[in-house]
Write a new protein. Structure first.
Length: 575
């Protein structure tokens, strides 16, 4: 369909049956109508973009990026996740599926698989190997749980239990919609591509974009060509430098903070040197800076051109998840000169993306939705300066030996380790030990929970066996933990820490800040729909990111994803 009419109007035009009623059609087109059905749905996810960050640094923004969205879209300024574990795969899958982890099944970045007796990484799948041998993640600086956990380098969306909006689009149009997702992070791409689409992500080991045999038998020619061009090499010997003079920034005189992380000599102050192509951590350092987003965009532009996205009447879907904001926040904090300059660069990357989409597809033909998978906390060191003296990191490793737990073990006659491990956000108990002593698992869990609730820094603890009953108090925290509960994947005890109390352990790597709580700084994200003739509006009513997928479904007239619980946002549908 090429004309300005909605599809019904187009059919009327072409149908001889309706010729006698041509006057009706004239009346119809004379009315202001919504722009035509979009040729492209562009879902942008900014990993870790807390809902206030783009507004906080608004005076350094250029035209065409966030400002384009504000001027040409509906900005939901009060959007929060309602599930407890605000981690990357959990949020991305919620954006894609319009539902909570209890339904889509991605309860955490990792969970302990009791059947296989090992830690499982969310989208790991040994049946679908990476097409690039040896491109799996194995570096100490990987700020993910991938390294220790993923037994194979295979990846697929098979662990995602419900359908995504992109799946429904592909089903609705009989496979004629092209569906793609790109991210630095594997889980940022695989989740959004759904089961029907194609995903590409960045290998920090090879510095290339890769995929798995779930999607392709061999790389499309254009992917090989892009990788052969070695775009990452352009950063060799270079550094991430400030875009403006320091005086233009809110944190211009606060570059060096001792709570920031110096990873592989990337440094705590500008300029941050990437090192040389071929250095062990070269590609990793690119991802810890705006360069990661720039590479993601570069790859995506080639994808759009070579796969001809948005070039015919059947709507295509493209998801881009930009990862740099999350990594920069982790190592420098949400109130740092680095996060501020990253925002400047992210804004330019978005402006570049929107200009490219305008040239190739037309922004009038493109429905954009931008959100984030989770927010960001402040670093305890920064909070201390502002007067929050009790902000601290909680040590989960010492839990088993804590006096209260040790006393409990004596009481039950348990000589060995009872609290086996903490894999965020769940504690895992030693089932074998409990069983061999002939104890009731639920009773032991309850006793541990009762003690944990008394710990300094613990806001709430609840066992999974208690979650299976209907005797729990109806509180905000209970509800958020329940939304995160999946009988086959959740661990034994969910631990919620007080606000500004954090876990700080990424495979032994200490970073400045860690999200993953049910508190507002971690649940707060932007939700902005723009383009395709949408009006300008700011909406402060409380909404959720689960609303995005069902709203896209309603907008396109396709059925909602199978587990969707979000509401259709009426402002977006208004004609
Ligand atoms: Zn993160």
């Amino acid at each position: 369909m090429t004309g300005p009419w909605p599809s019904v109007g187009a059919r009327l035009v072409n149908s001889p049956t309706f010729q006698p009623f041509a006057w009706l059609l004239i009346a119809f087109v004379a009315l202001p109508v919504q722009a035509a059905q979009p040729r492209l749905i562009l879902q942008v996810t900014v990993d870790g973009l807390r809902g206030d960050l783009h507004r906080r640094f608004a005076d350094v923004l250029v035209e065409g990026g966030f400002r384009y969205l504000a001027k040409n879209g509906i900005d939901y300024a009060n959007a929060h996740y309602l599930h407890a574990n605000t981690e990357t795969i959990v949020g991305h899958t919620s954006l894609a599926t319009g539902t909570v982890p209890a339904a889509h099944g991605m309860v955490a970045n990792v969970w302990f698989d009791r059947e296989q007796d090992r830690l499982a990484y969310n989208i790991e799948d040994p049946d679908y190997r990476l097409l690039t041998a040896g491109a799996d993640v194995d570096q100490k600086t990987e700020i993910d749980h991938t390294q220790k956990t993923a037994r194979s380098d295979g990846r697929s969306p098979e662990n995602i239990l419900t359908s995504t909006f992109s799946d429904e689009l592909a089903v609705h149009f009989g496979g004629q919609s092209k569906v793609f997702a790109v991210s630095i992070k594997d889980r940022g791409a695989v989740s959004m591509a759904g089961h029907a689409g194609k995903a590409f992500w960045f290998s920090k080991k090879s510095g290339q974009f890769v995929t798995s045999s779930y999607y392709y038998d061999r790389y499309p020619e254009w992917v090989d060509a892009w990788n052969a061009r070695k775009p990452a090499a352009a950063y060799s010997g270079k550094a991430w430098r400030l875009t403006h003079e320091p005086s233009r920034y809110m944190f211009g005189d606060a570059d060096d903070r001792d709570y920031e992380t110096d990873i592989a000599r990337f440094g705590r102050t500008f300029p941050h040197w990437y090192g040389e192509l071929g250095d062990k951590y070269f590609a990793t350092k690119l991802t810890l800076s705006p360069a990661g987003d720039e590479l993601t965009l570069d790859f995506t532009k080639t994808l759009m051109e070579k796969e001809q996205l948005g070039q015919d009447a059947v709507p295509d879907y493209l998801a881009i998840s930009f990862s740099s904001t999350d990594y920069v926040g982790h190592i420098f904090g949400a109130s740092s000169l680095e996060i501020e300059d990253n925002l400047v660069r992210l804004d330019r990357t978005l402006a570049d993306l929107f200009a490219y989409v305008d040239e190739k597809v037309g922004l009038a033909n493109t429905l954009i939705v931008l959100s984030a998978d989770h927010g960001q906390p402040e670093v305890p060191g920064h909070l201390h300066i502002r007067g929050f003296r009790k902000a601290h990191y909680f040590d989960t490793k010492g839990l088993d030996k804590a006096p209260a737990i040790a006393a409990l073990k004596d009481q039950f006659g348990l000589g060995e380790e009872l609290i086996e491990a903490y894999f965020h956000p769940y504690l895992y108990l030693n089932h074998e030990l409990i069983d061999t002593k002939g104890l009731d698992r639920a009773a032991v869990e309850q006793a541990v929970v009762a003690e944990l609730r008394k710990f300094e820094g613990v806001a709430y603890a609840v066992s999974s066996s208690a979650l299976r009953t209907d005797t729990l108090p109806d509180t905000l925290l209970t509800r958020s933990v329940l939304r995160n509960f999946h009988a086959k994947r959740s661990g034994d005890i969910y631990l919620v820490f007080e606000p500004n109390v954090f876990i700080n352990d990424f495979d032994g790597l200490i970073v400045a800040s860690t999200h993953g709580s049910p508190w507002r700084y971690d649940t707060y994200v932007p939700v902005i729909f723009a383009g395709n003739g949408l009006p300008t509006a700011r909406v402060d009513r409380a909404v959720t990111p689960y609303d995005i997928a069902p709203t896209l479904s309603a907008y396109l007239g396709v059925k909602p994803p199978s587990g969707a619980v979000g509401a259709v946002l009426p402002e977006v549908l208004k004609k």
